[in-house]
Design a protein around this ligand. Sequence first.
Ligand code: MLT
Length: 311
Amino acid sequence: MPKPVVLVAEELSPAGIALLEEDFEVRSVNGADRSQLLPALAGVDALIVRSATKVDSEALAAGSALKVVARAGVGLDNVDVEAATKAGVLVVNAPTSNIISAAEQAINLLLASARNTAPAHAALVNGEWKRSKYTGVELYDKTVGIVGLGRIGVLVAQRLEAFGTNLIAYDPFVQPARAAQLGVEVVTLDELLERSDFITVHLPKTADTIGLIGEEALGKVKPGVRVINAARGGIVDETALYNAIKAGRVAGAGIDVFAKEPCTDSPLFELESVVVAPHLGASTHEAQEKAGTQVARSVKLALSGEFVPDA
Ligand code: MLT
């Protein structure tokens, strides 16, 4: 009997691939290229993606034999879960695989923004020894506003505590007792905007969160704030951020994610006070190993008709 077919549409860890190869025929394709993806979906039982592959009704129709779509990461914003459910396709992800890596990337960008790491590096390797130009700010005794105190926001809070920061958070769903345990004061979004020296976003991308940190919000911030987004592109509006930095209201930013990815050209790239990365939050060996093996296990369970627990 032929083995079920798993189509891997983005890079997956070797450990994840090895698990899949125990039971399945594993094929690969560049999921970001629709002209390759759609024909490759024919006769496929399971599809594995990360962030670059759009799993919409068209892809689901092309994969009429699909039983499961697995996303090797947190969140499901590039998968049309409603359309998949209607088509009888199970959708799974690896919700805890990269939360530590994502939290560490937010802290990395926060520190890089506070200490001008990127422009100082660029200047020095260009032969310029400029100490006063790149004077930064301490985190100690600063107020950090965490927008979204979910799994990743909590890890960020726990790590920032070691820097002696004052932590405030906006999250309409958080249990006040849980926040208190973490030493985090829960406030309204307006209060967070007014009080924070740093704002770091840790929300999923939904209709309610797109543009949440946009022109209106950035008009209310404490002058000199630095804004970090290692969550999802578009939650911080890139044009509004650019304008707020140009106007001198926002001192800098650390941006790992963009509204449209891949993003190789943005007005933000012109600004020395903005440190950017190409969506690297989950890109660590550890996170990729966990994501790869978690989704491979879920696909195995799903294709053998068994219950797939939350990872
Ligand atoms: C995630 O949602 O976990 C990441 O954004 C996945 C990725 O890096 O592609």
